[in-house]
Design a protein around this ligand. Structure first.
Ligand code: SF4
Length: 434
């Protein structure tokens, strides 16, 4: 697949309308998305996604150096797709103390990490103060070691749980409680929110598989309040279980509308339909015109938008939905490509190699993804089949994988700023060493 900016001609005439819409810089409809799902020409779909990705990001592909910290697997819920949770008192139950957190932070800094990614179960007994203490502990420990470690922590589900534990979550005005928690976490040093817990925004799917977990309206509220406070966030879609393809597309549509709102708050002008798309227009001369460019790293200093969509395939093994087949590799490629095309106002699409595998992530870089995440260490929440949870790939291996896929590797920090690295020492490219 070449890195041409010309929109390819598909073998499938059904994709011609999608190509024209893309070239006009217009937003794809849910029906367009269904045409992309139904097309027999998977590579045509991937090429369309690749074209848009090239127009937005060019020849570079991002990775980062991070460490995952799961502070506890004790959870009050029991989502059917999850094989991570434990009950308090179970043999496999664990909860990290602040001393454990200090040790993990030291290991992260010693490994040269720029980011600590923190998520866990909905622990019914931890006091709410544990969470800002955890963030503060990571920030202070890293600072004492001379590192400005970014803390990306807590899914929307956890934020609501913390608000409930703190007794500030009121159904009549839930955003007040969410804001109360996020303000305190930000004050403690929280830098951004991960995108987990979104699953599929549909009440039927939700009630069948994630009952008890927050629904789409609350998930979107958490991210909106985070954006209003200047925190960047990510978004996920966990697909391939009981949802159908239209429901996936509705999920993508709801995310891009939420992103429209965030971008308008940042000063972008919406079009007649209230949309803010980053998709460039192909002019008669063949040149590209971009009415809206994605936020720049400088803009991240006042943040407040979705950075990346992360499509996550469902793995049935060990879950209560073990009888389901789960999505295959081709469906994973197609869904990632469609996410790139539908989410025209998301700057980045992440092929999360820890779940997709590194060879698949390489292929995904050619089908719309521009990021493969990091050198993740200790990842418990969602495993790839029966893989060991100690998953780690060195910087050299990640860079080689990106080069082999045909792209220039760029190390980024959590906010997509370039990182200059010498071994475990790093600094932001346009700033003094951290
Ligand atoms: S997915 Fe999260 S909320 Fe659901 S059971 Fe697992 S840890 Fe708990």
């Amino acid at each position: 697949m070449t890195a041409t900016l010309a929109t390819p001609t598909s073998l499938d005439p059904a994709l011609a309308a999608v190509r024209d819409t893309l070239d006009a810089g217009r937003r794809l409809s849910i029906d367009d998305g269904l045409a992309l799902y139904r097309s027999h020409d998977l590579w045509g779909v991937c090429e369309l996604a690749h074209t848009l990705r090239q127009r937005l990001t060019g020849d570079i592909a991002y990775y980062n150096v991070n460490r995952h910290l799961n502070y506890s697997n004790v959870c009050a819920l029991s989502c059917k797709f999850c094989d991570f949770y434990a009950r308090q008192g179970d043999d496999k139950a664990y909860t990290r103390t602040l001393e454990d957190i200090r040790r993990e932070t030291r290991l992260a800094v010693q490994a040269g990490a720029t980011e600590m990614h923190v998520v866990g179960g909905l622990h019914p007994y931890l006091p709410w103060e544990y969470y800002p203490d955890l963030v503060r502990t990571i920030r202070r420990t890293a600072k004492d070691l001379g590192s400005d470690l970014h803390v990306k922590a807590f899914t929307a589900v956890e934020i609501v749980h913390i608000a409930k534990i703190a007794k500030v979550y009121k159904a009549a005005d839930r955003t007040a409680g969410i804001r109360w928690v996020l303000e305190r976490l930000k004050e403690a040093g929280l830098g951004s929110l991960p995108g987990g817990g979104a699953e599929v925004f549909d009440d039927r799917v939700h009630d069948e598989t994630f009952k008890g977990k927050i629904r789409s309206d609350v998930w979107l509220d958490v991210h909106r309040v985070a954006h209003e406070l200047g925190l960047n966030t990510n978004a996920t879609i966990l697909y391939g279980h009981v949802e159908d393809r239209r429901e996936r597309l509705v999920h993508m549509d709801m995310l891009r509308r939420a992103q429209d709102e965030a971008l308008i708050r940042l000063g972008y002008e919406p079009d007649d339909e209230g949309a803010v798309s980053f998709a460039p227009v192909v002019q008669a001369s063949g040149e590209l015109r971009s009415p809206n460019r994605p936020p720049t790293p400088e803009m991240n200093d006042r943040g407040g938008y979705f950075q990346a969509i992360i499509p996550l395939p469902f793995f049935p093994d060990g879950s209560e939905l073990e009888h389901l087949p789960g999505p295959g590799g081709l469906e994973n490629l197609r869904t990632l490509a469609i996410a790139r095309l539908m989410l025209d106002n998301f700057p980045h699409v992440k092929a999360f190699w820890i779940m997709q595998t590194l060879p698949m992530a390489q292929l995904m870089l050619q089908c719309g993804a521009d990021d493969i995440d990091g050198t993740v260490i200790w990842y418990d929440i969602t495993k790839v089949g029966n893989a060991d949870t100690h998953q780690e790939v060195g910087v050299k291996d990640l860079e080689q994988a990106i080069r082999d896929a045909g792209f220039e590797p760029v190390e980024r920090d959590t906010l997509y700023r370039r990182v200059e690295r010498h071994g475990v020492t790093w600094r932001l490219a346009d700033r003094p060493a951290s």
